[in-house]
Design a protein around this ligand. Structure first.
Ligand SMILES: [Zn+2]
Length: 362
């Protein structure tokens, strides 16, 4: 299917897809390995790619996680999406990469062994560093064959994020995917050179980035919101049937976001939680010495919503500790939407609890 045409009016039989030297026929699912490098032991290091080729034609959606190797929530999101997908009913193709940065994943690290950030290394180079070569193979073998991308992230180590979508809203297709995902907050984020998002968009593939939770953890709320968001985007793209279920909230688009930095070194105590509304001049945290004397208040510069914060209680002066999003809509409306979102996540979690943690699937 040509890029840019999203809705499949009458589904035709899908075509076979060739990835990494393998052919996957319509209706089939295949696990394949893309050799990325060799370890010191000379054992090959592969990126595992799952191709779920629907029986009927439609978009080719890449869902990838752990480009930063310590960001784990997305891995579980990808697993749940695959467990729920029936290739006999799927329109189009899912290309799923649960762990993109296998090096970082093994070492529980964001980076590659050369300390480079894979998400600043696209589209890569055939004869470059490890990061460049890895990016090159992924970009040319996999990403360039896809029509749409959902890239799953969490906050960096010692930070946590409210579920949010980052997208270039100047790109109408990326904007429509961002709205369809229905995370509580959408951030219009500039494209950074070398990122998967920027380089895929440069060749006409719309990308949205989902950010939720913290590194090195599985967090049910972040995973639940992610699974549901990916399914909504698949519905929007015509890959799955539409649902009649109405959401109890609308995602809101931030006008701007800003990090609040620590004004002192010391022990940091937060007074607010993710998703909470703060007002201008509100005391949102305290920094003190370990004994609790010499307290310095952390003040909200403007009213907005807390979309990210540091979880490590020790800070140096200048550390970014709170990430606040500002909106054009009224505080009441924003609060109403967030409440609707929280209620839905809670309902979903109650559902999951009946099954017990660890069997969150299907
Ligand atoms: Zn990340």
């Amino acid at each position: 299917m040509p890029r840019g045409r999203e809705l499949v009016v009458r589904a035709k039989r899908n075509n076979a897809i060739d990835i990494g030297g393998e052919t996957v026929n319509p209706g089939d699912r295949l696990s394949l390995e893309l050799e990325i490098a060799k370890l010191y032991t000379h054992a090959p290091l592969n990126v595992s790619i799952e191709v779920l080729n629907g029986k009927l034609s439609g978009p080719t959606l890449l869902i990838c996680a752990a480009i930063h190797g310590d960001e784990l929530n997305g891995i579980e999101i990808v697993r749940q999406i695959m467990a729920r997908t029936d290739t006999q009913k799927l329109r189009g193709t899912i290309v799923a990469i649960p762990v993109v940065n296998v090096f970082g994943f093994i070492h529980k690290s964001r980076y590659l062994p050369d300390r480079r950030d894979l998400n600043r290394s696209f589209p890569g180079s055939e004869r470059g560093s490890i990061a460049g070569r890895m990016a090159y193979q992924l970009f040319n073998e996999v990403i360039s064959q896809c029509t749409h991308v959902i890239d799953l992230h969490t906050a960096a180590i010692h930070r946590t994020n409210l579920p949010q979508i980052r997208a270039n809203l100047d790109n109408p297709e990326a904007g429509a995917m961002a709205t369809a995902f229905s995370a509580p907050v959408v951030v219009d984020a500039a494209l950074r050179g070398g990122s998967l998002r920027a380089e895929a968009e440069a060749i006409g593939i719309p990308v949205i980035t989902y950010e939720a939770g913290e590194a090195l953890r599985f967090e049910p709320y972040a995973i639940n919101a992610g699974v549901r968001g990916v399914i909504r985007v698949m519905r929007h793209l015509g890959m799955l049937r539409q649902s009649r279920r109405k959401l109890p909230y609308k995602p809101v688009t931030a006008r701007a976001t800003r990090w609040v930095r620590a004004d002192a070194d010391g022990i940091f105590r937060s007074h607010i939680a993710l998703g909470e509304m703060v007002s201008k001049q509100q005391v949102i945290g305290i920094i003190s010495d370990p004994a609790g004397s010499q307290e310095v208040e952390v003040i909200a510069p403007q009213s907005g919503i807390l979309i990210g914060q540091q979880t490590l209680p020790v800070v140096n002066e200048g550390d970014a500790i709170f990430h606040i999003a500002f909106f054009s809509q009224s505080d009441d409306l924003i609060e109403q939407h967030l409440e609707g979102y929280r209620d839905q996540v809670k309902d979903d979690q109650d559902d999951e609890l009946k099954w017990g943690i660890g069997t969150l699937s299907t």
